[in-house]
Design a protein around this ligand. Structure first.
Ligand code: SF4
Length: 501
């Protein structure tokens, strides 16, 4: 028995269900066989995280169906959600542990043997070098509960702050920009804001391809009563851009001047919420002075975006009474990534369109689970968006995890790894500059302080991160996710230092 609700490959976004207010339900399904039972789950093949049930027969997936009670998708599935599960049946999948033995070859092993090896080696490394010698670099494909468990193993069990996931390559920019603007890595917005918003801004985000179900939601708003205005910033004429009221196609690498130009026009036209700015933001005058240098004519020169198009976009962004702004890899993987992402946040902030129905910023992820990494503390952060700089937050975790103060490292002031870090952080930061990395952001990981990060702000401009930490013997150890050339160079520059590779 086979059946499907629609051909999601020939008709990716399917027919419209126009709406405003509540997105109508529309269930999708794909069956290769009649399931024995259904198991509630979610698709994690893009950041939308559509709710679905998995149909199981004889221990294998034989079907999927979208969950209409899930507010993310209201039953809809895109082509990946409907078909991606078929790959689970591939013979090439790794289903048992492999251990590289004396022969140098990876050989099958039992789970008990693999776990024993991991525990034994971790203990040896811990005893020899401390927990700071142990790092976790993990997938973006785990679920909330698994990520939290991982955070507890790493931070509470072993006591290492060196944890990261695919986030580092995917959405580190989003995390940095959210913290810089809002003080937390949590998204200040919701998909449901799209149900009522008057304006949508997509920056470097071809949502029609990357999140097909979320794009259905927007298409349904566009075809319903009171459609939102749509502004798209993308060098390419994508299917998303084709639907825009205004499509700005900047020269590659010029997101920041373009966004500066938009901010300048919005401020110049007086389309700002001064009360909101006064009560909820800092340094607005600095922003105003910075973007004042980006006249439409100068922006056209820098970006190739015509003055008239820039003005048209600024008028929409300045006049809509609610605005959802979204960002993805066209920002994260581009020049001056964090600065560009912050400038998108700033559009919503100066308009006072944050924390209100129909308004917010979504710094998108590659998978919903990539955000899980971040909110559960399986990356460089602490669980539930707790702040390393806040002793109360660290104490909460120390209490929750009941033992080992070093799980809340900033409480351990006797630890030379912590006590003098800000000073040393600056010193090594200078070394990094001397090594010719001025164009890259040297950012604060868990082992660095946000105070250092602030001192580095003027040099923001890239997506490669690394941070430094001293070991108890006083030698420099470079740690973080970019443990390649930079750290080796630093090590060569400082022969008394060691580095993890
Ligand atoms: S939109 Fe994303 S989460 Fe939803 S079905 Fe498609 S790939 Fe899966």
């Amino acid at each position: 028995m086979t059946a499907q609700s629609r051909d999601s490959i020939d008709n990716i976004w399917v027919d419209r269900t126009p709406y405003v207010g509540k997105w109508p339900d529309r269930p999708d399904y794909q069956l290769a066989d009649e399931p024995e039972r259904w198991v509630q789950s979610a698709c994690v093949l893009c950041s939308n995280g559509c709710g679905l049930d998995i149909g199981v027969k004889e221990g294998k997936i034989v079907a999927v169906r979208g969950r209409t009670d899930d507010r993310v998708n209201r039953g809809r599935l895109g082509p990946k959600g409907m078909h991606g599960w078929i790959a689970n049946h591939s013979d090439n999948r790794l289903t048992q542990p492999l251990i590289r033995r004396d022969s140098g070859q990876l050989e099958p092993a039992s789970w008990d043997e693999a776990m024993e090896l991991i525990v034994r080696r971790s203990k040896e490394i811990y005893e020899q070098y401390t927990a700071n010698a142990i790092g976790f670099y993990t997938s973006g494909q785990l679920f909330l509960e698994e990520y939290y468990t991982l955070a507890v193993i790493g931070k509470a069990g072993l006591g290492t702050p060196h944890m990261d996931g695919n986030t580092r390559l995917c959405t580190a920019t989003a995390a940095a920009a959210l913290k810089e603007s809002f003080g937390s890595d949590g998204q200040p917005g919701s998909d449901t804001d799209l149900d009522m918003t008057e304006g949508i801004l997509h920056v470097g985000h071809n949502i029609s391809n990357t999140q097909t179900v979320l794009w259905m939601r927007i298409l349904d708003r566009l075809s319903g009563p009171n459609p939102p205005k749509l502004v798209v910033i993308d060098p390419r004429r994508t299917a998303t851009a084709a639907k825009a009221d205004v499509h700005l196609a900047p020269r590659v690498g010029t997101n920041v001047p373009l966004l500066n130009g938009l901010l300048h026009l919005i401020i110049e036209a007086g389309h700002i919420d001064q009360d909101f700015i006064d009560n909820h933001t800092m340094d607005f005058d600095k922003l105003r002075q910075t973007v004042a240098k980006y006249s439409p004519e100068r922006v056209e020169e820098l970006t190739d975006v015509p003055v008239a198009d820039l003005r048209a976009a600024a008028t929409i962004l300045g006049e809509v009474k609610s605005l959802v702004s979204t960002v993805l890899q066209g920002v994260y993987q581009s020049n001056q990534a964090t600065a560009a992402a912050v400038q998108v946040n700033n559009i919503n902030l100066i308009r006072g369109l944050s924390g209100k129905p129909g308004s917010g910023v979504l710094q998108m992820n590659g998978q919903p689970t990539a955000q899980n990494t971040r909110e559960c503390g399986a990356d460089g952060d602490l669980p539930a968006f707790r702040n390393w700089e806040n002793p109360d937050h660290a104490q909460q975790l120390a209490d929750l995890w009941e033992h080992r103060k070093r799980t809340a490292p900033r409480l351990e002031t006797a630890d030379p790894c912590i006590g003098d870090l800000p000073l040393r952080g600056k010193r090594y930061f200078k070394d990094a500059l001397d090594l010719g990395h001025q164009s890259r952001r040297v950012a604060a990981g868990p082992t660095s302080s946000t105070r250092d990060a602030r001192s580095q702000r003027p040099l923001r401009g890239g997506s490669r991160w690394f941070s430094y930490r001293d070991d108890p013997s006083g030698r420099c150890r470079a740690a973080g996710s970019d443990l390649g050339r930079e750290n080796r160079l630093l090590h060569e520059r400082r022969p008394d230092s060691a580095y993890f590779a």
